[in-house]
Write a protein that binds this ligand. Structure first.
Ligand code: NAP
Length: 254
């Protein structure tokens, strides 16, 4: 793993086509728009009204999104739908070599699927912004951003994309997808398991909360705000998380 603080190439405004405009993509979009990038999106759900308010061009048809000459295609779908979504993309509509970036919370799985599905001329950057709308609500300074340059030939576009996070003050962590998944299984996944367990226990604030208990209530609230798809994906698509399974988490999956 290496922590980097700057990328040599000057950044430029990018045309970014988002696939999957769920809660996390909407959260990321606000910062990208503020930075001056041009956003387009396609999603299973019709987000036309939201996109009109946010200043994103929304395409009901993913063919049109891919034809729109994007510098970057940003994959923000759920972990469990990734294979299906990628395999249904009309990749022959791409008009030029394009950088594909994913933001999934597991990393070996998207790396493998992207390399399997994408044409050889497409660049691949696997990333995990290790924060969300709660931890990142007051800015992204000092929050972790993990990435692996899986297949990069267009350094300029890749650097400009990484600059989105670096310029907000993120801690840029370059590491392999395998290394990420190993560490995340012993940190992020456990956090979600404990949060979900606290939710099953129906813990609630009381008038005599200790600071420790307040932390548990906060953890529960933050964890259950995220989709169950995300939680399932952390387990089902990270081989190291499966090794972490203990009796207390089996109850979610049996
Ligand atoms: P999510 O439940 O993990 O994913 C929601 C997205 O997946 C939506 O765009 C949804 O499309 C799409 N989707 C789900 N099932 C689908 C299917 N069968 N076919 C096509 N599209 C499908 O929620 P999220 O929080 O927005 O997370 C998105 C991605 O970001 C995930 O991979 C997650 O691991 C990653 N991530 C999330 C966070 C976070 O704090 N939330 C942080 C870091 C990384 P529609 O909305 O169009 O229905």
């Amino acid at each position: 793993m290496s922590v980097s603080s700057s990328h040599p190439a000057a950044s430029r405004n990018l045309k970014i086509g988002i696939v999957g405009l769920g809660p996390f993509a909407q959260f990321l979009s606000k910062t990208m728009i503020r930075q001056g990038h041009i956003l387009r999106a396609a999603s299973r759900t019709d987000y036309s009204n939201l996109c009109a308010q946010m200043g994103i061009s929304f395409f009901r048809n993913v063919d049109e999104l891919l034809e729109a000459e994007n510098d970057v295609i940003l994959i923000c779908t759920s972990i469990l739908s990734l294979s299906e979504v990628l395999q249904s993309l009309p990749l022959h509509r791409l008009k030029r070599p394009t950088l594909f970036v994913d933001v999934l919370s597991v990393k070996e799985h998207p790396r493998n699927v992207l390399l399997q599905v994408l044409p050889e001329e497409s660049d691949v950057l696997c990333t995990h912004p290790m924060f969300g709308s709660d931890s990142g609500k007051d800015g992204w300074k000092d929050l972790n951003f993990m990435y692996e340059r899986v297949r990069i030939r267009d350094e300029d576009t890749c650097s400009s994309f990484l600059q989105i996070f670096e310029s907000e003050g993120c801690r840029m962590l370059e590491m392999s997808c395998e290394e990420h998944d190993k560490m995340a299984a012993r940190s992020q996944f456990i956090t979600h398991v404990i949060g979900r367990t606290l939710s099953e226990m129906e813990i609630q604030s009381t008038s005599i909360d200790t600071k420790g208990f307040e932390t548990l209530v906060h953890l529960k609230e933050n964890t259950v705000r995220l989709s169950f798809d995300l939680f399932s994906g952390l387990f089902l698509r990270n081989r190291f998380a499966q090794q972490e399974v203990c009796t207390s988490c089996l109850c979610f999956f049996l």
